[in-house]
Design a protein around this ligand. Sequence first.
Ligand code: AMP
Length: 122
Amino acid sequence: MAYDQTNIFARILRGELPCDTVYEDEHVLAFNDIRPLAPVHVLVIPKGPYTSLDDFTADAGPEVVGHYFKVVGEIARKAGVAETGYRILSNIGGHGHQEVPHLHVHVLGGRPLGRMLPDARG
Ligand code: AMP
């Protein structure tokens, strides 16, 4: 899928829209989710034009991918959720119910989060 330059996170990266930044470096931006699902709900995005974890892990170099995930862990520690536990989540494509087509990892924590998915197995 071609990268959509008009997506909301691309607009945040270009400075066209504000965000509540919690971390920024040359390659990564992290900001609070506008509709938080937990006391800690941070979105971590690469600055490069990657639609999802799919093209990111296929096309970005190992140093860029490695740095990105180092930052995810660092943000969780800085947010104070590493000791109590937290969840990272990245929705990818249609079945993943991805709404914004720019790679983002959700960092969720600050309360017990329950099961990973509603369990339809009973
Ligand atoms: P996803 O379904 O994984 O694509 O999630 C997109 C996330 O982006 C949702 O949790 C939204 O609440 C969040 N979101 C959408 N627009 C903004 C925004 N302008 N600033 C911060 N978070 C946003």
